[in-house]
Structures are given as C-alpha cells and as structure tokens.
Design a protein. Structure first.
Length: 289
C-alpha cells in the first residue's frame, strides 16, 4: 500500500513536500474579519491549507457544562463562550469564498455528525478528527462515509485507542498525526520518536500536530519522517483565548516553513562525497593524502 494520500490536488506522503496546515481553529474569536486576517497570514507564509473547528454546541456539550460560570468576551457562562466562537452558514460561506479567492484549501475538524453534514456542503478536500474525538466510533464511521481523506490526531490517546480508531478508518486515505494535547506542550511531553513508532506500526502517511512553544519540534518532526505539519496560528499570542499561547505569529510561522522546506536538502541522500566547493579548501588545508 502506497504511503501517500491526495488532498485536493496535492499528494501528501513520504516522497512529497511537507503538507503544512495552519490551524485557525477558534483563534478567530468569533470574527470573520480576524479569520480572514489569519487566512492571509497562512497564504503569505506559504501554508498549503487552513483548518477550522466545527461543533453543534448543544450536541457536543451538556447543559451542565454550558451553564458553568466562565466570564468571557461573549458573556458569563461557558455556553456564552462556545456559542460566541461558533461560526454559522453565512460566516463559513464568506470563509469559503475568501479561501477560493486566495487559492488556499480549507477544511475543519468536526466534533459531531451534524457538523460533518454542515461542512460537507462546502465540499472540503478532507476532514480532520480531533484528538478529543478519537474514541468516538460513530463519528469516525460517519466521517469516513463521506469518502474524503481523513487526518487523525492522536493526542490524549493510548496506543490501544489509536489502533482501534485506525481499525475503523483503515490505513488507505488516512494520515495519522502524532500529537500531544497540552497547550502549550512542555519539551518532555512532545516525544517526537512516536513519529517513527507510527511509521513502523501503520502503512499510512504520518504527520505531526504541534502545540509547543517555538518551532524546533515541528522542524525536527519533518526530519524524523512527518509528511505533514499542523500548527495553530494567531495574529497576536496575547489575544484572548485558550489556544493563543500555543500558536505561532507570522514571523514564527514564516521561519518554521522556511526551515521545514530546507529539511530534504539538509538530509540529502546519505552518500558521503567531497563537494566541489570543498576541493580548494582541502588543497589548502590538508598536509597529506
């Protein structure tokens, strides 16, 4: 089985350029204007796609959870926050049109079946399964039924849970993402060697969804074999919101993508040679041989 998946018109896999996803998520803070600003950042820095999150609030959260006190820009309860952050049809229509104008793919992680149907009307190139949804068998089956490539995040999950999810999704047309679901993740929680573990365990492409501070782990992930990298992005890490601190601003995103694009050249083919530019230096400095 080929370790590659086609997303839109881009092949993602071991022998292809890294597929870079800018996770906008809920960092738009309920503003389409802010969402467009983040799309612009993704386009300007060379990302391949942007990703949002979609929830049917009254299905995903219990009444008790929504009623919990939580002062926020939209009100005093957790429900006020969740509803304030959630885009509806008109907002996503604008996002769809804007992404087409800017020539960048967009898709979403859907947290319930109704949200899958909602996003499906925009004909996304793929779907993302969030780490929190990995054990939701019915959601996995329903998302798979749409016939699109699926990107599976594995944060907060045991290997047994991951294997079960993969048995539902299958390895064809699936990309599995190593992920640690802490925001931001500490260095000793990132465990990049899981990328090698997944590559040995599964026959599908392996990616990395990072929540760390900085860019080094994301670049190292590609050196270890990740064929796709997903990072949260923001216009300002001091903005209100739970994901902002684990997000990259424009300079960080630019530098991460620049460094990721250099990885194949840096690794090269492993054959030891004397480069042409080394020859005059060798002649000048070597005493013998």
């Amino acid at each position: 089985m080929a370790r590659e998946v086609k997303i839109g018109n881009i092949m993602v896999g071991d022998n292809h350029p890294c597929f870079i996803i800018a996770e906008i998520g809920i960092n738009h803070n309920g503003s389409v204007a802010e969402a467009k600003k983040l799309i612009d950042i993704a386009v300007a820095t060379g990302c391949n796609a942007v990703k949002f999150q979609k929830r049917t609030i009254d299905i995903v959260y219990t009444k008790e959870e929504l009623a919990k006190p939580r002062p926020n820009p939209f009100g005093e309860t957790n429900g006020d926050l969740k509803r304030g952050l959630e885009f509806g049809y008109e907002e996503y229509k604008q996002i769809d049109e804007y992404c087409k104008e800017k020539k960048i793919m967009w898709f979403a992680s859907c947290w319930d079946e109704q949200s899958v149907d909602f996003i499906e009307q925009f004909n996304p190139p793929c779907y993302k399964i969030a780490s929190a949804s990995l054990t939701d068998d019915e959601l996995l089956k329903y998302t798979k039924s749409k016939g699109k490539p699926i990107l599976l995040s594995t944060g907060m999950s045991t290997m047994e849970e991951i294997e079960h999810a993969m048995s539902i999704l299958g390895e064809e047309n699936t990309i599995i993402f190593h992920c640690t679901a802490t925001y931001p993740a500490n260095t000793n929680e990132i465990n990049l060697n899981c990328i090698k573990t997944f590559k040995e365990k599964f026959s599908c492409p392996v990616g990395y969804s990072g929540h760390e501070r900085g860019i080094a782990p994301s670049v190292l992930a590609v050196a270890l074999g990740a064929c796709s990298v997903e990072r949260h992005i923001t216009s300002d890490r001091t903005n209100w919101g739970s994901d902002q601190a684990a997000s990259l601003e424009t300079p960080g995103l630019f530098h991460m993508i620049r460094d990721i694009r250099q990885v194949p050249s840096l690794l090269s083919d492993g054959v030891k040679v004397v480069y042409e530019r080394e020859i005059p230096i060798r002649e000048k400095l070597r005493r013998k041989g």
